[in-house]
Design a protein around this ligand. Sequence first.
Ligand SMILES: [Zn+2]
Length: 468
Amino acid sequence: MTLLIKNGHIVTASDDYTADILVEGERIRAIGLDLPVGSHAELHDAAGLLVLPGGVDPHTHLDWDFGVARTADTFGSGTKAAAFGGTTTLIDFANQNGRSLPEALRDWHDRAASAAIDVAAHLILTKVTDQTLADMSTMIRREGVSSFKLFLAYPGVLMVDDGTLFKTLRVARDNGALTCVHAENGPVIQVLIEEALAAGHTAPSYHATTRPSLMEGEATHRAIRLAELATAPLYIVHLSAAEALAAVIEARDRGVPVYAETCPHYLFLTQEEYERAGFEGAKYVMTPPLRDRHHQALLWRGLGTNDLQVISTDHCPFCFSEQPLGIKYSKQQGVGNFNRIPNGAPGVETRLPLVFDGGVKQNRMSLNRFVQLTSTAPAKLFGLFPRKGTIAVGSDADIVLFDPEERWTIRAASHHSRVDYSLFEGHEVIGRVKKVFLRGSLIVDGDKWLGRDGGGQYCRRGEAGRLS
Ligand SMILES: [Zn+2]
């Protein structure tokens, strides 16, 4: 199969030019001016549109069971939503959950079989024995799982101690893998939660007050110091706070290989959302929580100075209302106790338009930086580049045609996730995904879905933890 994308404005992390792209089979075969239209080629005119590499979202929780709740999206629905948002590859989390790593990964593969875009897995480590450490190298070499995530939050559920994190960092380093950390001080937060509940403070807003930015800063600093001692690269997930960013900047200025991502909700929303009437604030309960406005400006600055390298979504959707789609879990579990609200929010479908509108259109970043943050840098850091993350001869033909002028309004009613709300309901944005190609196949054409459950492939990843 051959297709030709004519007259598009191609944007990569480094370049910005008008040319045609010839795709043969699943890969980009040629890029040039006035490429001839072969007799059998499928022709797409991209005049007036940006031609972007498919988005790479390195932080999603699809069909994720964490005991007291399960996320609303299957791999089928979540990857379809991602595709409509211009993302063609996501890296999702497989949770060890007390099992061996091979068992945990097998279970994830069973669920991920319905993915409609390409997917890869990070492994979350919750119980690290000598066998687990030995299994890590098998996972890296044989399964292409070159990143591991540990939690410094959620004691008794997901949290590991500092010694465990330190041991994991060294094994990851020795095997070319990247260690990712959820950095909040779990035990201190636990004390604050218990005190709040004892005082009768049960509303969603207490989710934010019991998870102070200072304790995100503390855990980020601690994780960085452990990584330094282990001489291992480190990746801080969903960084939300000025204190955490300060720790990252301080370390990077000394040449420590620490990287960090933030998410659109921290760039566009504040903790005022928790004050919404009734129980509406529960929609915004994710960890870390939304912060005070002054953090936002610093996050934007961090993206500009490359102290933050990635924008992911942390798509972790729970329905707001009870069982609208036969889904057993919802935010309503937390009525009367903020600590029982499932932690997480949707976002996989709105990342590119939000960052384009708030970043490029508001003159906070260049087109190249937009592509770098949403596609190229995550592909490089997590071992998917150059197959993913760029438009180049030989790369997978994961291509997004994006209208940089179309104005539209984000509505849950028209999105493709199974979740029943959007964090950005009613937000008007400029910039819209028009067509999406996954390895040369057109899977999104305007409002039309041409992809299919199971149409995605599993990506074995190479060495992770380097950005150059
Ligand atoms: Zn997450």
